[in-house]
Design a protein around this ligand. Structure first.
Ligand code: ADP
Ligand code: MG
Length: 244
């Protein structure tokens, strides 16, 4: 099967800083790819390039049949965003709207769904993240872990073909990370294609079909979860040895 995401020799610079230096990898449909690496190695930039949030300087990216290159247009990006969801460390729910209203916004305004349709869908995705009973709650009434699960539900309501997660548990207290990881694990079991940047090594190893270790803007090592048990390079050995 052809991959749903393909990065081919992607480069990205900010001024004189070469953040991505010829990054290539594939994501198979229905698989989970975990990107790990030190802070500053280019993980978030790679993810943002996949969603067109950053324009690349060289190479090419194909995501769900959308072709991203240096001259991608706004219309192409709008089409891309209908297929790709992204969730960040900060969940940014609107505080003055209920959970249900937060989730219904984009389906109503972007997908032009009726209120009834959007409401049914919101209830369904809230159920998927285990928060069906929080439809009418306000964000401030929820824990950080619950708010992040709502943010994931909000993204799912757009019915993406691919989900990108950038360190979605990093801002949470340790006792709340498990519930968010569980939601992501269930999504993976449901067949969602996911690319996630994470510091949770056990999760990367257990749930990732592929693990990519980035170092200094390059894919330094790539393989299944076993690369974490048997690193081939001193850099990955040191990274797993130190935990972070
Ligand atoms: P990671 O997610 O692996 O920690 P990032 O992709 O966020 O790494 O950042 C890689 C490098 O690019 C860092 O040195 C960072 O400071 C730099 N960088 C990221 N975004 C920008 C930007 N918008 N402008 C300038 N430099 C940036
Ligand atoms: Mg980052």
């Amino acid at each position: 099967m052809s991959p749903i995401v393909k990065l081919n020799k992607v480069s990205k610079s900010f001024g004189s800083l070469n953040v991505l230096q010829g990054v290539s990898f594939d994501v198979a449909q229905g698989s989970v790819v975990a990107i790990i690496g030190r802070s500053g190695s280019g993980k978030s930039t790679a993810l943002r390039c996949m969603n067109g949030l950053e324009k690349i300087n060289g190479g090419e990216i194909t995501v769900c049949n959308h072709h991203l290159h240096q001259n991608v247009t706004k219309a192409q990006l709008r089409a891309l965003h209908l297929d790709v969801g992204i969730v960040f460390q900060s969940y940014n729910l609107f505080p003055h709207l209920t959970v249900g209203q937060n989730i219904m916004l984009a389906p109503k305004w972007v997908r032009k769904q009726s209120k009834a349709e959007a409401k049914d869908l919101a209830a369904e995705v809230l159920g998927k993240v285990g928060l069906a009973e929080k439809f009418d709650a306000y964000p401030e009434q929820l824990s950080g872990g619950q708010q992040q699960r709502v943010a994931i539900a909000r993204s799912l309501a757009m019915q993406p073909k691919l989900m990108l997660f950038d360190e979605v548990t990093s801002a949470l207290d340790p006792e709340l990370t498990g519930e968010v990881l569980k939601v992501m694990e269930n999504l993976a079991k449901d067949g969602m294609t996911m690319v996630l940047v994470t510091h949770e090594m056990a999760f990367a190893k257990g749930v990732g079909d592929k693990v990519i270790f980035m170092h200094q803007g390059k894919v330094w090592e790539e393989g299944d979860g076993e690369i974490l048990s048997a690193p081939q390079t001193p850099e990955l050995r040191q990274f797993v040895g130190n935990g972070l």
